[in-house]
Design a protein around this ligand. Structure first.
Ligand SMILES: NC(=O)c1ccc[n+]([C@@H]2O[C@H](COP(=O)([O-])OP(=O)(O)OC[C@H]3O[C@@H](n4cnc5c(N)ncnc54)[C@H](OP(=O)(O)O)[C@@H]3O)[C@@H](O)[C@H]2O)c1
Length: 314
């Protein structure tokens, strides 16, 4: 059995409980491929899944998405967009244990790496992308809609803003002062979150907003959404599950009572790869860390203001 360096978690706690260990890399069985990881995407869920109060099964392997190069292909292994060969540059999602130098995954998770995206960018395309796609589908965002995106400078927020614009919607997005220009550069009308937000959104969208998409989960985001959008089926959250249930808005993803949207998310992956390959979808990587500094990468993501997405580079 071949071994590789990987990030492993053996107890709950803060990001600094993660360990770097040698783990086995299974050879690819039928329908699987082995990928030499060039970058792994770091997402908030990676930190949350072993946070205080959780009860995961240990040892826990982190990393749900990677980009890299195929080193071995099992019998009958074919991806959603076609054949996979040794040497192919690929992106894979969902995977288990992507924080590693190598990982063996189901070929059904493997797609050609979009040209024009670096490995660090490609490793951060999918998880936020499928979530963004689900937000837009669940609230029926279409051409002509004016959409409010809470947390538009974040991973999911920037993806949902770009995908909304591609659908022909207008997007008003919230972000900190520091990220207002980033939103402008992506065609989003920026507003600063914080006290007085509803009035600032009204000033930015005098004819009102048709849908509100929350990627932040604060009471402020939910309150402002409820104040500005009358149809609760057109308000969705991926983070405020307690408030969401109380208010009867759409709750999406893995939270309690939320719609996992598996079919929508599974199908979205091919679309995301096509759009990124065509240069229509930007991925902003704030920082890349060596694999051995996974704790620092997780700390940055847990801060809630990473300033873009975060990659681990083996
Ligand atoms: N349910 C699902 O399926 C699903 C899927 C993916 C992610 N999520 C969750 O969605 C959330 C966002 O994920 P992400 O990857 O997009 O995170 P991220 O890249 O860290 O983005 C965080 C965003 O929140 C903004 N923000 C931080 N504090 C804020 C505050 N007090 N008020 C308003 N905005 C604030 C940030 O703005 P500034 O940086 O400009 O301050 C940034 O735009 C996380 O909780 C994650 O766990 C859920």
């Amino acid at each position: 059995m071949v071994t590789t360096l990987a990030v492993v978690v053996n107890r709950t706690g803060a990001p600094d409980v993660v360990e770097i260990a040698e783990v086995d890399v299974a050879p690819p069985a039928d329908g699987e491929v082995t990928i030499e990881v060039r970058a792994a995407g770091v997402n908030p869920v990676d930190v949350k899944q072993f946070g205080p109060g959780t009860s995961p099964t240990f040892p826990l392997r982190l990393g749900r998405e990677v980009a890299g190069v195929v080193t071995a292909v099992g019998d009958g292994a074919s991806g959603p967009l076609g054949a996979i060969s040794v040497g192919d540059e690929v992106v894979a999602y969902p995977v288990v244990g992507g924080y590693a130098r190598a990982v063996t995954v189901a070929a059904t998770s493997v797609f050609p790496k979009p040209r024009g995206l670096s490995f660090e960018q490609a490793a951060n395309l999918m998880l936020v992308g499928v979530t963004a796609w689900h937000l837009l589908e669940a609230t029926g965002v279409a051409a002509g809609d004016r959409v409010l995106v809470h947390g538009a400078s974040g991973g999911v927020g920037l993806a949902v803003s770009q995908l909304g614009l591609l659908r022909g919607a207008e997007v008003v997005g919230t972000a900190s002062e520091a990220n207002q220009q980033l939103l402008r550069d992506h065609g989003v009308t920026p507003v600063v979150y914080g006290s007085g937000l509803a009035d600032r959104v009204r000033a930015a969208a005098p004819d009102g907003v048709d849908a509100a998409l929350d990627t932040v989960g604060t009471d402020e985001a939910i309150d402002v959404s409820l104040e500005l959008v009358s149809d609760r089926d057109r308000i969705a959250t991926i983070a405020a599950f307690r408030r969401g249930a109380k208010e009867g808005i759409r709750m999406l993803g893995g939270g309690p009572g939320a719609d996992p949207g598996r079919e929508i998310r599974t199908a979205a992956r091919s679309e995301l790869v096509r759009l990124a390959d065509a240069g229509k979808l930007d991925v902003i990587v704030a920082r890349a860390f060596p694999l051995t500094e996974a704790a620092a990468a997780l700390e940055l993501v847990a801060s809630g203001h990473p300033g873009g997405q975060v990659a681990l580079v083996p």
